[in-house]
Ligand binder design. Structure first.
Ligand code: NIG
Ligand code: FE
Length: 395
């Protein structure tokens, strides 16, 4: 086939291909094609369809009857940090509840760490994630909470991803405990000025004990005025105004969505904000599961992500989150795989990732299984056997 880059490759003999393009294959949201092939031209998908109809290419790779899915889009993580919170986890597994108060432990460790330590940590977790099929990830600041520490976290993150989120409003740090209004002024003033050049998104932890609805609105509105797009940690630990604020501000995503009223579900169903569910957090905090079925049945777009962080969800594994979502959040395997790929892309307002159709980036995972369903059916088994990013095999 003619190429714009000089090199075309066909991956053929794919037992099940997930395209996430309903106009392809079986017409379902996953756009499944059996006995399929994918043609890659440079960093993009050029063609997908049945193997027997694949156009001629320069190179041929045999998938050996395995499944191919779009690379995972992990649209929510907190990977710029130092230290760990093993003791806090141990205490929780002995019956203590999660309060997010442990964020302060990670803030202290992160402030004390060198740039090189933070960089090495980030690289380690990214490598873990890539091996498990994640080809796009978002990550946040939020463990610095000073002008210098927040902007350095974002600078370090921006060297690895375009999806960088300013979360100066994670908690009110101990140094501002007596004057939270002064901290909000810092987050919307000098800290925002220093952070906005390194970030695409602005986030707030809208929760009792963190930031209330009025503070969250002020912070997100200030961020928007500096060109950042909003997303919100909403309704994680209790009911609150976060989800409805997210819809009101047309945030790309309301994340967690564990405690929802009917009005929250209705707002999400009528807005364009994605509900990002993070089952690693409920697993690691022994909390109530978000009800994905309720959201899906109401017509809400659902994304699934890891929330990888040292406190509430220390997993970089999207396959693990898919298995949890299917077992405990009443999602079907098809829905969970869609939410961890196309859903993540929607939560980042991207159409160039999360699908394997002509024009999209050639980001994909080859599974050591005949279909994507095995991601939930065989939990805990390392099924991701190859990862391709931008048309190049990287794992
Ligand atoms: O998404 N909820 C706020 N932030 C993180 C937890 C951070 C931590 O415990 O260190 C979350 O779960
Ligand atoms: Fe989070």
């Amino acid at each position: 086939m003619s190429s714009t880059t000089g090199t075309t490759t066909v991956i053929t003999n794919i037992a099940t291909l997930v395209t996430n393009d309903p106009s392809l294959g079986d017409g379902s949201p996953l756009g499944l094609v059996q006995d399929a092939a994918v043609v890659i031209d440079g960093d993009r998908v050029a063609w997908t369809g049945e193997s027997s109809k694949a156009p001629a290419t320069d190179n041929r790779v045999d998938a050996g009857g395995r499944a191919v899915i779009p690379g995972f889009v992990d649209s929510h993580s907190h990977l710029v940090f130092a230290g760990d919170r093993t003791e806090e986890f141990n205490a929780r597994m002995s019956g203590r509840g999660y309060t997010a108060g442990g964020i302060r432990t990670t803030v202290a460790a992160t402030r004390a760490a060198s740039d090189e330590e933070l960089e090495a940590n980030l690289t380690r977790y990214l490598t873990e994630a890539l091996r498990q099929g994640t080809t796009t990830f978002e990550t946040k600041s939020g463990y610095g909470l000073t002008v210098a520490d927040e902007s350095r976290a974002l600078r370090i993150a921006a060297a690895h991803t375009d999806e960088v989120t300013y979360l100066g409003a994670h908690i009110v740090p101990p140094d501002y405990a007596d004057d939270p209004a002064a901290y909000v002024a810092l987050v919307t003033g000098e800290m925002l000025d220093a952070c906005a050049p390194h970030a695409r998104w602005i986030d707030v932890f809208c929760e009792k004990g963190a930031f209330d609805g009025d503070q969250a609105r002020a912070i997100l509105t200030a961020g928007r005025a500096k060109g950042l797009h909003p997303r919100i940690h909403a309704n994680q630990l209790s009911h609150g105004p976060g989800v409805q604020l997210a819809v009101e501000l047309d945030a790309a995503s309301a994340d967690h969505c564990t405690h929802l009223t009917d009005a929250d579900v209705d707002a999400l169903a009528h807005g364009s904000t994605v509900a990002t569910l993070l089952p690693g957090a409920e697993f690691s905090t022994r909390a109530e599961w978000p009800d994905a079925r309720r959201l899906l049945d109401a017509g809400v777009t659902v994304a699934l992500s890891t929330d990888c962080n040292p406190g509430s969800s220390f997993t970089s594994s999207v396959p693990f989150c898919i298995a949890l979502a299917v077992r405990d959040m009443r999602m079907t395997p098809d829905e969970a795989v869609w939410s961890a790929t196309a859903g993540g892309a929607a939560a980042l307002r991207r159409t160039d990732i999360g699908r394997l159709a002509p024009g999209a980036y050639a980001d994909l995972a080859v599974l050591d299984a005949p279909s994507h369903v095995h991601l939930a059916y065989r939990p805990g088994v390392p099924l991701v056997s190859e990862v391709w990013r931008r048309g190049v095999r990287v794992v």
